[in-house]
Design a protein around this ligand. Structure first.
Ligand code: THU
Length: 136
């Protein structure tokens, strides 16, 4: 699975976003170490706080299917009106902490505008000095 392919799957997942309150659509594609891919979109709620981000949707789908080892995730997000986002969409703090639960420091987060324009970050770069009770 190339980074380009993973980004394409994230862009497909973004089409499923349910985001009538923010009009901001996000898609994610999570590559497991066994080669399987789980996608996710953001799912909003009129009460706001039940909203789930695309990244967590992908993680929770994978974990609920028994997956525990992850290689990388591609994330694309932007105004729902845009077919392809014009900016990078870095994961929110809550999603970073969920990644921390299941992923090692070198887990890769690919933030992309399209399959030809992306940046690769590691979990330790985007969540330094993180909390993990297993490490303290
Ligand atoms: N959102 C995500 O799905 N992932 C992120 O990392 C950032 C934010 C969603 C949450 C909400 O539905 C919308 O984007 C606007 O914040």
């Amino acid at each position: 699975m190339t980074n380009r392919e993973l980004i394409k799957l994230a862009l497909e997942a973004r089409k499923m976003a349910y985001s009538p309150y923010s009009d901001f659509s996000v898609g994610a594609a999570l590559l497991c170490k066994d080669g399987s891919v789980y996608t996710g979109c953001n799912i909003e709620n009129s009460a706001f706080s039940p909203t789930n981000c695309a990244e967590r949707t992908a993680f929770f789908k994978a974990v609920s299917e028994g997956k525990r080892e992850f290689e990388k995730i591609a994330v694309v997000g932007g105004a729902s009106l845009e077919d392809t986002p014009s900016n990078y969409c870095p994961p929110c703090g809550v999603c970073r902490q969920v990644m921390k639960e299941f992923c090692s420091a070198d887990f890769e987060i690919i933030i992309a505008k399209n399959p030809d324009d992306f940046k690769i970050l590691t979990l330790s770069e985007i969540l330094p000095l993180s909390f993990d009770k297993r490490e303290v």
